[in-house]
Design a protein around this ligand. Structure first.
Ligand code: ATP
Ligand code: MG
Ligand code: FE
Length: 339
């Protein structure tokens, strides 16, 4: 089954053709990151307008690269939540028109379910059940993946996402947007052990995360140094900050696996590209005897194939939409609450 998949929830416009959930025939991504770098973050209206401009052309490219005509497409999948609503609606409207025109099923896909599904493409043997650590620009959560379309959030951030924290820290250090990769490059130049960051405990739900204290702390450290003229060891700051984030993520993932009895751990999302976090996950999983799946670096961030992969399993579960499908800015990964 060939699925034409669309993704426009943030600042990537992506179109892909995926066969049977696991084989990528094409995966075209147009990133607007450079456009938003000027403003230090994504400007929602610019993002939406750019998606509108490029989505048809990218679709042509995706079909051509997959060696497909429109008649070969069996279904259309689209990331319909969560994301910047103006951006989300571009792919939703386009995908609806496409499904309507072709007379094929329309499959709505949760963006974070898509991030998790990126691993199905990279690892043909991977099947639920497993525990997923989804760490991205707008979300940080531990998910029990009982089956392809049976996901339950065990813990999530109460405030900022891990990726947001990297982007903010990078900004105060004068690094370009998006800040995750530049922060990683800086951090790898130092052994750290210089700066201390707060550790957040969420007492009523120990698997929940909180990153606002960490974020404020890095901003204050940088500003205070600037004001007092004190030297800032920027590589050490980046290293200690990354380690502090990893120390929030990795032990909670281990605890969630222990609690649920899952022995397979899957990482997902843009922040899963981070070498220090990947290394810590590897060490902890090895110690605990868990099997770890780390997505290839190119599959961590937003792309269309991840929507096509998850879309296949949503289709098999009967999760198709009619022509009233809407986009949503927020939605539980279990698919219950939306706005
Ligand atoms: P969401 O998926 O929550 O809707 P998003 O789609 O914007 O948000 P992703 O595309 O999954 O998020 O990931 C982007 C985030 O990942 C950015 O915050 C970016 O800085 C971060 N990131 C990318 N590479 C790295 C890295 N090597 N280390 C840390 N963070 C990284
Ligand atoms: Mg992006
Ligand atoms: Fe994403």
């Amino acid at each position: 089954m060939k699925i034409l998949a669309f993704e426009s929830t943030c600042d990537e416009t992506a179109v892909s053709v995926v066969e049977d959930g696991r084989t990528v025939l094409s995966d075209i991504i147009a990133s607007q990151a450079q456009m938003h770098a000027l403003y230090g973050g994504v400007v929602p209206e610019i993002a939406s307008r750019h998606h509108v401009e490029v989505i048809s052309q990218l679709t042509e490219q995706a079909l051509q690269e997959a060696n497909c005509t429109r008649a070969d497409i069996d279904a259309v999948a689209v990331a319909y939540a969560p994301g910047l609503i103006g951006a989300v609606l571009v792919a939703v409207s386009f995908a609806k028109s496409m499904a309507y025109g072709l007379g094929v099923p329309l499959i709505p896909v949760h963006h974070i379910r898509g991030h998790v599904a990126a691993n199905y493409i990279a690892f043909p043997e991977l099947k639920p059940p497993f525990l997923a650590l989804a760490i991205s620009g707008g979300n940080t959560m531990l998910i029990d993946v009982a089956d392809y379309t049976d996901l339950t959030v065990l813990g999530a951030t109460r405030d900022d996402a891990a990726g947001e924290c990297f982007d903010k820290a990078a900004r105060v250090l004068g690094l370009p947007y998006p800040g995750g990769k530049p922060m990683e490059d800086l951090a790898l130049k130092s052994e750290g052990g210089v700066y201390k960051f707060p550790h957040a405990k969420v007492t009523d739900c120990p698997l929940d995360f909180s990153f606002s204290g960490l974020k404020t702390s890095v901003v204050n450290l940088a500003h205070n140094a600037k004001q007092s003229g004190a030297a800032l060891d920027e590589p050490a700051l980046a290293r200690d900050f990354t380690q502090a984030i990893s120390n929030e993520l990795v032990p909670r993932a281990m605890e969630a696996a222990r609690k649920t009895g899952r022995t397979v751990i899957v990482a997902a999302g843009g922040v899963a590209a981070n070498a220090i976090i990947r290394g810590d996950l590897e060490k902890s999983c090895e110690k605990a005897g868990y099997t770890l799946y780390l997505p290839p670096l190119k599959s961590c961030g937003d792309h269309g194939a991840m929507i096509g992969a998850q879309g296949f399993y949503e289709y098999l579960a009967g999760n198709v939409a009619d022509m009233t499908l809407n986009g949503f800015a927020t939605m539980d990964v279990g698919g219950t609450e939306n706005a």
